[in-house]
Structures are given as structure tokens and as C-alpha cells.
Design a protein around this ligand. Structure first.
Ligand code: FES
Length: 105
């Protein structure tokens, strides 16, 4: 499953994401800049915050309440398309998806 991250300076990084793992893990594995994931994937720190740019395989499942709350209260510049990548499970539908790394928290 190939997923692309756009870093703050516009660099595009494509990762081979493993199904069944949170997307944040794949980003961390290749060292996508700006994906810090301080809380280790507990939907608390918002340092894995990205904007969803493209999901050719269809819309992502909606965020759970804890993810939505963390985005609202902890994320820097939350937008309509904000997600925490630690809460996105990699599935085949994610193939070709593009995420933009949010700056700061
Ligand atoms: Fe902390 Fe995702 S890793 S919210």
C-alpha cells in the first residue's frame, strides 16, 4: 500500500505502508519530517497530525471522538481534513493516498 507524505518544505515522501498498522508507524519508519508521534499512538499528543489531501480509494472512516477532541484542542491549525495518522489503520483502500504533514503540533 503506497502512501505519500508531503513534508513542510514540499518534499514528497512515498512509503510502502503495511496493512493493519497505524499509518503513523510507516511515516516514522522512513523518518517523515514533522511526524514526531510523542505519545506513541494514543491519540493524545497531536504530533502525528496530517491533512488528508487525496484518498483515491474512497473516504477514510470518520475519526473517533478521542481523535476529534485531540485535533480540536491540541493540534496546530486544525482543519476540516485534519487527522491523526496514529488513528488511521492502513488498509488496501489507502493505496495512493496523499497526506500533508501539519507543522508544529
Ligand atoms: Fe500522538 Fe498520534 S502519535 S496523537
Amino acid at each position: 500500500v503506497q502512501v505519500t507524505f508531503i513534508e513542510a518544505d514540499g518534499t514528497r515522501r512515498t512509503v510502502e505502508a503495511r496493512e493493519g498498522e497505524p499509518l503513523m508507524i510507516s511515516a516514522r519508519n522512513i523518518g517523515v519530517r514533522g511526524i514526531v508521534a510523542e505519545c506513541g499512538g494514543s491519540a493524545m499528543c497531536a504530533t502525528c497530525h496530517c491533512y488528508v489531501i487525496e484518498t483515491p480509494g474512497g473516504d477514510l472512516p470518520a475519526p473517533r471522538a478521542d481523535e476529534a477532541d485531540t485535533i480540536e484542542f491540541n493540534a496546530n491549525e486544525p482543519r476540516e481534513n485534519s487527522r491523526l495518522t496514529c488513528q488511521i489503520m492502513v488498509t488496501p483502500a489507502l493505496d495512493g493516498a496523499v497526506f500533508q504533514v501539519a507543522t508544529g503540533r
